[in-house]
Design a protein around this ligand. Structure first.
Ligand SMILES: Nc1ncnc2c1ncn2[C@@H]1O[C@H](COP(=O)(O)OP(=O)(O)OP(=O)(O)O)[C@@H](O)[C@H]1O
Length: 257
């Protein structure tokens, strides 16, 4: 059974068709990358999966359960976690406090200004920080941490919920060219260590084709609200339509095949 099954999704905003006829199944442990130029419909897809936007047609099935009508909170509780292009962090709190806050929220507990520090929660958060090689930053206020570290912390926070499915919006945006592979290696290692049975299933939006090639198992190429190609990176990135509508413009220099 797929972890996620998007079945005939459609969504418009007035005359703009942001999603049409989208069929995507994602298997457990798979890493699916969404590519597409600005306005192609990637965020619309992510917003529908996480419940922030409702499709006007189609169904979204998570591990066999239809979640199309569920609220974002209900979908989070069923195992879908998300991190954003701009990390959502409390700057005045330490990295560990941010983790504790995320852990408490993921359990449906009230978010306190200073989260409770019971020993089990602290241990769980420290383990996750270690999985992301962030132990050294645990006691530092987030405002003092560099952008790349904040990015990793944001993803670690999403994993406190022990999700089935993790959605990442441009995990390497704002990370320097030298650091981007190291950042992705860290994320992949952490994801493999954190899944309960298999690695956490991952859907990530990415504009950097070097990252897509190296880390995606499959790629879905979006154009004008539709998926114009879906398959292995080496197939999708040489597809003529993908070259014309996705990688042929601003990202042409990043495609090496
Ligand atoms: N809330 C909204 N109201 C009106 N139009 C919207 C809304 N959200 C998205 N759209 C439109 O839907 C289309 C798809 O947008 P979407 O944000 O999904 O693209 P994207 O591929 O994520 O782009 P980007 O890479 O810039 O984030 C665009 O034409 C966008 O302007």
């Amino acid at each position: 059974m797929p972890v996620l099954s998007a079945q005939g999704l459609r969504r418009s905003f007035g005359a703009v068709v942001a999603a049409a006829d989208i069929h995507i199944d994602v298997a457990r442990g798979e890493r699916l990358c969404l590519i597409g130029s600005n306005g192609a419909g990637k965020t619309t897809f992510v917003n529908m999966v996480t419940g922030y936007l409702k499709p006007t047609e189609g169904r979204i099935v998570l591990a066999g359960e239809d979640i199309t009508a569920r609220t974002p909170r209900e979908i989070t509780r069923r195992g879908v976690a998300r991190s954003f292009q701009i990390p959502q962090l409390c700057l005045q709190m330490t990295a560990l406090e941010n983790m504790l806050l995320a852990l408490h929220c993921s359990r449906g507990q009230r978010a306190f200004l200073r989260p409770a520090r019971d020993a089990a929660s602290v241990m769980r958060c420290r383990e996750l920080l270690a999985a992301f090689s962030l132990e050294a930053h645990a006691q530092r206020p987030v405002r003092e941490l560099p952008g790349g570290v904040r990015k990793l912390l944001d993803i670690a926070m999403a994993l406190t919920a022990q999700p089935l499915l993790l959605l990442l919006d441009e995990p390497t945006s704002g990370v320097s060219g030298d650091e981007k592979f190291a950042t992705m290696d860290t994320v992949m290692r952490a994801i493999e260590r954190t899944g309960s049975e298999a690695a956490v299933t991952l859907i990530f939006v990415e504009h950097d084709m070097d990252i897509v090639r190296r880390y995606a198992h499959r790629v879905a190429a979006f154009y004008s609200g539709r998926v114009i190609a879906l398959g292995a990176p080496d197939e999708v990135l040489v597809n003529a339509d993908v070259r014309r509508h996705v990688t042929g413009g601003a990202h042409a220099t990043k495609v090496t095949a």
